[in-house]
Design a binder for this molecule. Sequence first.
Ligand SMILES: Nc1ncnc2c1ncn2[C@@H]1O[C@H](COP(=O)(O)OP(=O)(O)OP(=O)(O)O)[C@@H](O)[C@H]1O
Length: 569
Amino acid sequence: MIRRLAAFARPFAVPLAASTALRVVHLGLGIGLLAFAVHAVAQARGGNAPDAAAVLGLILLLATAKGAARYGEQYLGHWVAFTVLARLRTVFFDAIARQPPGVLHRHRSGDLTARATQDVNRIEVFYAHTVAPAIAAAVVSLGAAGYLAVAAHPALAAILLAGAALSGLAVPALWRGRLREVAGRRQHVRGQIAAHITDTIGGLRELIQLRALDRRRRRLGELDAEAGSCTRTLAARTAARRAANLAVLALTACAVALAGAHLWRDRRIDQQAWWVAIAIAVALEPALTAVEAFASEFGTTLAAARRFFAIVDAAPAPEPEHPCPAAPPRNPAGAEVRLRGVRFAYPGPGGHAVPVLDGIDLDLPAGSTTAILGATGSGKSTLGYLLARCLSPTAGTITVDGADLRDLPEDELRRRVALVDQRPFFFSGTIAENLRLARPDAGEAELWHVIDAVELGDTVRALPDGLHTRLTERGANLSGGQLQRLALAQALLRRPALLICDEVTGQLDAATEARLLDRLRPELAGCTTVWITHRPATLHLADQVVVLEDGRVTETRSGRAGAARPTGG
Ligand SMILES: Nc1ncnc2c1ncn2[C@@H]1O[C@H](COP(=O)(O)OP(=O)(O)OP(=O)(O)O)[C@@H](O)[C@H]1O
């Protein structure tokens, strides 16, 4: 985990090294300042008072340099940390974008948001408060011990090093396991809290109807209590460790003072060296307490990193870079689509695959209209996802104009194939902004054209701001049927060669549906269309009707002529 986190900082090795060097300078100057002041006092006591102006001037200089080094260290460390965090969020975003539809449903959206925000923010500790303090503490401890060995006595250096090792290594290692487990649990519960609140806000209307708000509130209370209990345990253990660390540092200073006193009595060091040794032992504290501070946070940071990588690692590898050298030319009559032996299974619980489609053979001639029927759960929407390459078949092939669908470059694929989902999603923004997600350069006339084509013209014209009316979150200010038609308008704007409509007319009354299908006929010329439907009106529109049963095609018949011709299966 640490190696993986470190890999993200590799491009920033230079600023990170500079931040670490500045931290060493800052800590070294802190020790130097105290040692110098003590040395000056010791000299004065010995009747050899240094020039006060020179001492003050030097102290001022050292203190200014210390402040500047601190500023540089903090600036560079945080610059690296926040730049890497932005990169981590992009990696997370890309991983989510690669997930096939439905797979993300295993994670609640609130929990995913918590991973992309809270967890990623937590990882900041690793970049800004781990590497530089750890290296600086080691360098400064070694430097201080080296100075003591030369300027005072090697025995004092050995005591200082032993204290530093106990404080910087042994104490954090002793508590590590105990903190890590609780920190992991707390991050998990925090994710659940975020998911619980997101679900509650999303389903507020239903919860009020079901009179279930109290139960949700109670559950939130339970989760909060669990997170609070984790936090208390963490705080108690962290406090115990901090106390142990401070005790080690105080004992180290005492040990240096005692050993120094012996050495002075035996005239193996002079009094000034003894004082300076004590000052150095005391002044080392900030360097080592910083190690203790990041060690306290480290369990939470690793727990956050584990939750982050759980999503990143679950994403399928990016599409292989082997697109067709040149995508086949677009057929003006519409896409010619062929499915051969197509199978698909969803990943199920415990890693078991759940088979949904089983050996589908199907031809969709260019410009044809196919209606796909079947009982609920027979695999119709899944087939739609496969045709739009939102999912990839586990076996078999789908070709579009002779090219394997898997090999079409992403841009070309999205230009040619459009899917109107059963449950379309809209963003907060105006109707025009949502439509232009499909084609940013579309002019108002084109927007009105597709709005009229889906029989939404009267509705949108009646809105106070027409096309510029804001949709509230997820389009809650339009009806379900209006939203589905808006999604269809969005798809038409792309002028696809293959259009898959999943239950698009499901929420319309018969008259509106008939008008819509009539208006669509000329719009869909030059487009191969697949209607996933139960509605008889759509069947009249179809050139062929395909019936799915338990993931198999059990019947293919002509739509208009109604002539049944079994295909086997
Ligand atoms: N993300 C998923 N993970 C696991 N199983 C899934 C997932 N999505 C769908 N399924 C299962 O796959 C099967 C086919 O689902 P699909 O949505 O394709 O059916 P459908 O024919 O479109 O149903 P409906 O008419 O109700 O929309 C169902 O048993 C469903 O439970």
